[in-house]
Design a binder for this molecule. Structure first.
Ligand SMILES: Cc1cc2nc3c(=O)[nH]c(=O)nc-3n(C[C@H](O)[C@H](O)[C@H](O)COP(=O)(O)OP(=O)(O)OC[C@H]3O[C@@H](n4cnc5c(N)ncnc54)[C@H](O)[C@@H]3O)c2cc1C
Ligand SMILES: *[C@@H]1O[C@H](CO)[C@@H](O)[C@H](O)[C@H]1NC(C)=O
Ligand SMILES: *[C@@H]1O[C@H](CO)[C@@H](O)[C@H](O)[C@H]1NC(C)=O
Length: 364
C-alpha cells in the first residue's frame, strides 16, 4: 500500500489525484492545498480559466492534449454533472499575423495553417474565403468543448472523495513538510508537486523558470449563440492581448478574453484593458449584443488569473528530494485543462515506477 500526498488542488493536482485513486490499488491519497475549489485568488489559476480546448502544443509535445481530448469529449457527452458542453470553435487568422508567422501570445501551434490537431478535433474544416470577416486571411472551425470551471473543479473533488481521497488545507514552506501530511499519519512514499505558479515561490528548490502570464477577462451574462471565437492577434494593446470568447456550460456566463502578459503579477483588473476586451468581443461575435456596442453587455465580473508559464515547457518528471520521491507536474501555462488528463497519465506512469522501486527496495 502506497502513501501518496498531492500538493495542489488546481486542475493539475485534482486530475492526478483522481487518476491515481481510479487505480483502486489501496493507495492512500491525501490532497493538501493552500487554495481549494471555491476560492478566488489570482495566484490560484484554475478557477479563472475559460476553459476550452484550443490545442496549442507543437510537435513533439502534442501527446498531453491529444490524450486529454478523448476524456473531456467523453465527459461532455455522458456526464452533465461535470459542467462541460460541446461548442463550435472558430479560429480566425489575421493577414498581418500570418505575414508575421504568428509571433503573438498564443503563437505556438494554435494558428498553424495545417495543424496536427485537424486529425484530433472533430469536424475540422477551413472556412470559405467569403465567410471571413475583414482583415482575416483564413479561418478554421472544429468541434470543441467549454468547461464551466466552477462546476468541473468541485466535480473532480467529489469524484476523488467518492474514491477515498482525503482533502486538507495546508500551506507548506518546504517540500519536506509535504511528506509528513498524509491523513494516515504515515510518511508519504511519494509527493506529487502540482503547485502551479507558486512553485516559483515555494522554499526548497525554487523554480525560477516559472513566471505568471497574466490573464484578464470579463465575464458577462450575454450569450454567443454557440460559437467560440478566437483571433490570432489584436491591433491595440502591447502585443500581449488577445480576443477570445466562449460560453460556459450550465449558466456559467460567457468569458471574454483577454491578455497573456508574461512576468506581470498584477491581480487587479485594468479598466482600460477591460474596455478593449469588450470592444473586440462585440466586434468578433456580434451575437453577444445583437450588433450593439459594449454598453449592451451585462457584466457579471472583471477578473484576473495568473497562468503558470514555464520557460522551456511543463515539468513532469520524478526526483528524489531529501529521501522522498517527488513527481513534479507544474508549469502548464495556458493549457492546463486541455492537457490535464495527458499529464495525469504520465504522473501515473512515474508513480508506478516509484512503486516498483519501493517494492524492490523492501525485498532487499
Ligand atoms: C484567463 C485564463 C484563461 C485560461 N484559459 C484556459 C483554457 O481555455 N484552456 C486551458 O486548458 N487552460 C486555460 N488556462 C490555463 C489554466 O487555467 C492553467 O494552466 C491551470 O489552471 C493550471 O492549473 P494548476 O493546477 O497547475 O495550478 P493552480 O490552479 O494554480 O493550482 C495550484 C494549487 O497548488 C496549491 N499550492 C501552491 N503552493 C502551495 C503551497 N506552498 N502549499 C500548499 N498548496 C500550495 C494552490 O493553493 C493550488 O491549490 C487559462 C488561464 C487563465 C488565467
Ligand atoms: C515543487 O517544485 C518546485 C520547483 O522545483 C519546488 O520549489 C517545490 O519545493 C516543489 N514542491 C514540492 C511539494 O515538491
Ligand atoms: C445581455 O444579457 C442580458 C442578460 O441575459 C440581457 O438582459 C440583455 O438583453 C443582453 N443584451 C443584448 C444586447 O443582447
Amino acid at each position: 500500500m502506497t502513501t501518496i500526498v498531492v500538493v495542489g488542488a488546481g486542475v493539475s493536482g485534482l486530475t492526478c489525484a483522481l487518476q491515481l485513486a481510479k487505480q483502486g490499488d489501496g493507495s492512500s491519497i491525501t490532497v493538501i492545498a493552500k487554495h481549494m475549489p471555491g476560492d478566488y485568488d489570482p495566484e490560484y489559476t484554475s478557477p479563472f480559466a475559460g476553459a476550452n480546448v484550443l490545442p496549442m502544443a507543437l510537435e513533439p509535445d502534442t501527446h498531453w492534449e491529444s490524450q486529454t481530448w478523448p476524456v473531456l469529449s467523453q465527459l461532455a457527452s455522458t456526464t452533465p454533472e461535470a459542467g462541460i458542453h460541446f461548442q463550435k470553435s472558430i479560429l480566425y487568422r489575421r493577414a498581418k499575423d500570418e505575414a508575421a508567422s504568428f509571433a503573438g501570445p498564443l503563437s505556438d501551434g494554435l494558428f498553424l495553417r495545417n495543424p496536427w490537431f485537424k486529425n484530433l478535433m472533430p469536424d475540422f474544416v477551413d472556412l470559405p474565403k467569403d465567410e471571413l470577416p475583414e482583415g482575416m486571411s483564413s479561418g478554421s472551425s472544429f468541434t470543441s468543448v467549454c468547461i464551466n470551471t466552477a462546476i468541473y473543479l468541485p466535480w473532480l473533488v467529489g469524484q476523488c472523495r467518492a474514491r477515498g481521497v482525503v482533502f486538507k488545507r495546508a500551506v507548506i514552506k518546504h517540500i519536506s513538510e509535504a511528506s509528513g501530511l498524509s491523513h494516515t499519519g504515515k510518511k508519504a512514499d511519494v509527493v506529487i508537486n502540482a503547485t502551479g505558479l507558486l512553485s516559483s515561490r515555494l522554499g526548497g528548490v525554487m523554480d525560477k523558470k516559472v513566471i505568471p502570464a497574466r490573464g484578464q477577462v470579463v465575464v458577462v451574462r450575454n450569450e454567443t449563440g454557440g460559437n467560440m471565437v478566437c483571433t490570432s492577434g489584436t491591433d491595440d494593446g502591447n502585443g500581449d492581448e488577445l480576443c477570445y470568447i466562449m460560453q460556459r456550460a450550465a449558466g456559467g456566463g460567457t468569458i471574454l478574453g483577454g491578455t497573456y502578459m508574461k512576468g506581470n503579477w498584477d491581480g487587479v483588473p485594468d479598466p482600460n484593458i477591460a474596455t478593449r476586451i469588450m470592444k473586440r468581443a462585440v466586434e468578433a461575435c456580434p451575437a453577444l449584443t445583437g450588433g450593439k456596442g459594449i454598453e449592451a453587455l451585462d457584466v457579471i465580473r472583471h477578473a484576473v488569473g495568473l497562468r503558470p508559464y514555464r520557460e522551456g515547457g511543463v515539468r513532469i518528471e520524478k526526483e528524489k528530494i531529501d529521501g522522498t520521491w517527488v513527481v513534479h507536474n507544474y508549469g502548464h501555462g495556458g493549457w492546463g485543462y486541455q492537457g490535464s488528463w495527458g499529464c495525469a497519465f504520465k504522473v501515473q506512469e512515474l508513480v508506478d515506477e516509484v512503486k516498483s522501486d519501493l517494492k524492490i527496495a523492501s525485498k532487499l
